[in-house]
Design a protein around this ligand. Structure first.
Ligand code: NDP
Ligand code: GDR
Length: 374
């Protein structure tokens, strides 16, 4: 007897989590369909290793053009795919950018979630298709309780978080109103070597690697006091899958339970490359100076100022501190994160250092690229 493969549809498959989740589900024998946006340049870097030629029969990995702002497109794709599981990971996911594009963010992140849930209902898939919503610790915003757990009240502090608040509650409502197996994963920050370059962790590991090799002089940051509970994306996508494998749909906080500041993230990143950075001054005048260099991986000298504050990275309303309590996930799902903070930062730095070395080699071998962004 042949066992039929489960079918999953992932929105946001070209993003960090989408790439890790697609890999995880393919390894579990799923047929994976992904929603990808049309773009004027290739945008599939993170999933190119999973690509299967469309001329091959019985593909296990299939991409569809689509957008969370387009209902008819979503209905058609869900009708065609008939998924057992939908993972809604697509979003305008940058908190700072959401202040610049609030209406679009509400449309994609808030109403986009509704569009998928309505598609499930319109197509009569309430009893067949399980739904995962990528909710976020940003819902806690101005925190009402430390650490934050499933019952902690929300207080969103950005257009992104407000849009995600709608996504959270519409998921709960469709579960209660129509009996859809729908869950919210309230995920705290999770990072990896394929994290988008403008989120603070990747911005730091990329810049510190380039500074170590003399490709850049200084890293400009905003609020260095911000505290985050940072985990590894690989650990977190496993939880996304686990949440859809239960008898009863429930919402879960996913976090490590450990918190660090942006400043500490910088210090750790530099240390891995043999650089000790000390911070002095405060507010806009705070700087990070190299106080010791060990080993041969950094070309920096003692006294070099390599970190400065730039207020352009401040947000109109900030989320100062986030710390999750993952007890429910631990006890009900048997989950705990495997990758530590030190391992996460090391993996990110090693990967970005390799990229920087390649750029350095290209530069020193004489090839002069013309970069319009400089
Ligand atoms: P990324 O920013 O890396 O990926 C977002 C994905 O969504 C990309 O594939 C992007 O496509 C796609 N996308 C954006 N807008 C649309 C749209 N209108 N229609 C269709 N697709 C769209 O995010 P992550 O992988 O880090 O996060 C995954 C989800 O989890 C997001 O919803 C995020 O808000 C949420 N989240 C993330 C956390 C984290 O720490 N990483 C923590 C908590 C929640 P393209 O590649 O074309 O830009
Ligand atoms: P966040 O992540 O807003 O928590 O949202 P981000 O890495 O952007 O910021 C974390 C903290 O660092 C401070 N910060 C800076 N941030 C950026 N991006 N750039 C800087 O130069 C900088 N300097 C300081 C920020 O102010 C903030 O306090 C991420 C996203 O993945 C969301 O989609 C997700 O929902 C949440 O995590 C949980």
């Amino acid at each position: 007897m042949t066992k039929t493969n489960k079918v999953a549809l992932i929105t946001g498959i070209t993003g960090q989590d989408g790439a890790y989740l697609a890999e995880l589900l393919l390894n579990k024998g799923y047929i994976v369909h992904g929603l990808k946006r049309r773009s004027s340049l290739f945008n599939t870097d993170r999933i190119d290793h999973l690509y299967q030629d469309p001329h091959v029969e019985n593909r296990k990995f299939v991409l569809h053009h689509g957008d969370l702002t387009d209902s008819t497109n979503l209905i058609r794709i869900i009708q065609e795919v008939q998924p057992d599981e939908i993972y809604n990971l697509a979003a305008m996911s940058h908190v700072a950018v959401s202040f610049a594009t609030p209406e679009y963010t509400a449309n994609a992140d808030g109403i986009g979630t509704l569009r998928i849930l309505e598609a499930i209902r319109i197509l009569g898939l309430e009893k067949r298709t399980k739904f995962y919503q990528a909710s976020t610790s940003e819902l806690y915003g101005l925190v009402q309780e430390i650490p934050q757990k499933e019952s902690t009240p929300f207080y969103p502090r950005s257009p992104y978080a407000v849009a995600k608040l709608y996504g959270y509650w519409i998921t709960v409502n469709y579960r209660e109103a129509y009996g859809i197996y729908a869950c919210n994963g309230i995920l705290f920050n999770h990072e990896s070597p394929i994290r988008g370059e403008t989120f603070v962790t990747r911005k730091i590991t990329r810049a510190i690697s380039r500074i170590a090799l003399g490709l850049e002089n200084c890293l400009y940051l905003g609020n260095m006091d911000a505290l985050r509970d940072w985990g590894h994306a690989k650990d977190y996508v496993e939880m996304q899958w686990l949440m859809l494998q239960q008898e009863v749909p429930e919402d879960f906080v996913i976090a490590t339970g450990v918190q660090y500041s942006v400043r500490q993230f910088v210090e750790k990143s530099a240390q891995i490359l043999g650089m000790h950075i000390e911070f002095s001054g405060s507010g806009l005048d705070e700087v990070g100076t190299v106080t010791k260099v060990e080993g041969a991986r950094s070309k920096c000298k003692v006294g070099d100022v390599v970190v400065r504050v730039d207020p352009r990275y401040y947000r109109p309303t900030e989320v100062e501190t986030l710390l999750g309590d993952p007890s429910k996930a631990k006890s009900k799902l048997g989950w705990s994160p495997k990758i530590t903070f030190d391992e996460l930062v090391t993996e990110m730095i090693e990967s970005d250092y390799l990229h920087a070395k390649r750029d350095d080699l290209v530069r020193s071998a004489g090839y002069q690229a013309f970069d319009h962004r400089e």
